[in-house]
Design a protein around this ligand. Structure first.
Ligand SMILES: [Zn+2]
Length: 404
């Protein structure tokens, strides 16, 4: 087998394409494979597929290919433009690359595979390709894969916010709670973020009334957006967010009280923990603090009582319990707890809807770490488009090409 035949086979070239020449420069660490097509060849029209179109002219082009050992490899070929009776003069599509890219399909797929496991910056260094080019490759395949996802059966959506680096900028992530995948990402966390998702569904031909449940936190902008665009969707307030809010209230009580009660210093995490998760040492500490008739301890007991709510199986029983809890909380004489109880009252139905559907954003929480990793990987590229691309790539369960 000659060297030309070897490369031709390795590249999977088919008639009329063949390896015409090979140039190897060990100083520049560069291998160049020059391809050509047989004289008199005719090609398909790239637009209408019509056969046997004669060649109008050719244009030389070069594509970066997978490395040849420690050497960068390039393919070069004169690419014909054909004359189609219907479409006019058109540049053909070569079998080893997509249109308008300087990389072969194999190179792009290699990039796509690595980008699922490593950050873009080191990947750029590793493959010696500018990051902008890598982002363009990723965007193309992610968009292509997303255009094929079926949204028509989605019924429950989980909505959650994630903050970018400094914590002042947010993205809103929409998850399909049954399929446990990210289906949409919008910029910011205003009501407009919800509108963008509704527009996306409509573009996909999905009526927003198909979405039966939305699991979210109590962020007013989300609630506004949901009222405006998903009026028929029932809200389920995520129990994790509810517990986060009461934890915050407990901590406010502790912080106020610790000004007079020095024993409360450095006890923050004890009060935030689920009682059954306390270590033995922490349990003893709670026991000894419980004898001091502390406000913080009362707030803590109200919090733990609210936690009991989620173990109810039946909505009516849960509501009865929540009513008793509400009475207790509003009579606690603890301002942050009373404030929180009022919030509960305002979101009563959405909290109790949990007992119908039992959905939580737990699935989003499950892909939470993936999203956070993705955001770190997009570090240095705070443009929203890139961030979104990488979130889809790692948490969108997309069907991406792994070979060609
Ligand atoms: Zn044509």
């Amino acid at each position: 087998m000659s060297t030309k035949e070897l490369f031709s086979t390795a590249l999977g070239l088919e008639d009329p394409w063949f390896v015409k020449d090979i140039k190897f420069d060990s100083k520049k660490r560069r291998l160049e494979i020059i391809l050509d097509f047989s004289r008199g060849s005719k090609f398909f029209c790239p637009e209408c597929g019509s056969q046997n179109c004669p060649i109008h002219d050719t244009k030389e082009r070069t594509w970066r290919h997978l490395d040849f050992f420690q050497h960068q490899a390039y393919l070069t070929a004169r690419v014909p433009r054909v004359i189609c009776k219907t479409c006019g003069v058109k540049q053909i599509t070569v079998p080893w690359a997509r249109k308008n890219t300087g990389f072969t399909l194999l190179f792009e797929i290699m990039v796509l595979n690595f980008a699922q496991f490593m950050a873009i910056e080191p990947l750029s260094v590793m493959v010696k390709v500018h990051m902008d080019s890598l982002w363009r490759i990723l965007s193309h395949y992610v968009e292509q894969a997303r255009s094929g996802i079926d949204m028509s059966r989605m019924e429950s959506v989980g909505i959650d916010e994630f903050s970018k680096k400094s914590g002042h900028q947010y993205i809103t992530v929409f998850g399909d709670l049954e399929q446990s995948r990210v289906v949409y990402v919008s910029d910011g966390r205003r009501s407009d973020a919800i509108h963008q998702f509704a527009d996306f569904l409509e573009r996909r031909g999905v009526d927003t009334s198909r979405i039966k449940e939305a699991c979210t936190d109590m962020w007013p902008a989300y609630l506004k957006g949901l009222r405006e665009r998903f009026p028929e969707t029932s809200l389920v307030f995520d129990r994790y967010h509810v517990m986060t809010m009461i934890n915050h209230a407990v901590d406010l009580v502790r912080r106020n009280e610790s000004k007079e009660q020095k024993v409360l210093k450095h006890t923050r995490y004890i009060w935030l923990k689920n009682a059954i998760n306390l270590t033995q040492k922490q349990q003893k500490e709670v026991q000894s603090l419980s004898r001091l008739s502390l406000k913080t301890f009362r707030a803590y007991r109200i919090k733990e009582a609210l936690r009991q709510l989620w173990s109810y199986r039946n909505k009516d029983e849960a509501e009865l319990y929540l009513k008793k809890w509400y009475f207790w909380a509003t009579h606690s004489r603890l301002d942050p707890i009373i404030e929180f109880a009022k919030t509960v009252k305002e979101h009563w139905t959405g909290i109790l809807n949990y007992f119908h559907s039992r959905i939580t954003n737990g699935i989003i929480e499950g892909i939470n770490s993936k999203i956070k990793t993705a955001m770190k990987r997009a570090y240095g590229f705070k443009t929203f488009r890139y961030l979104r691309t990488i979130v889809y790539l790692v948490a969108g369960k997309l069907t991406l090409p792994t070979q060609y």
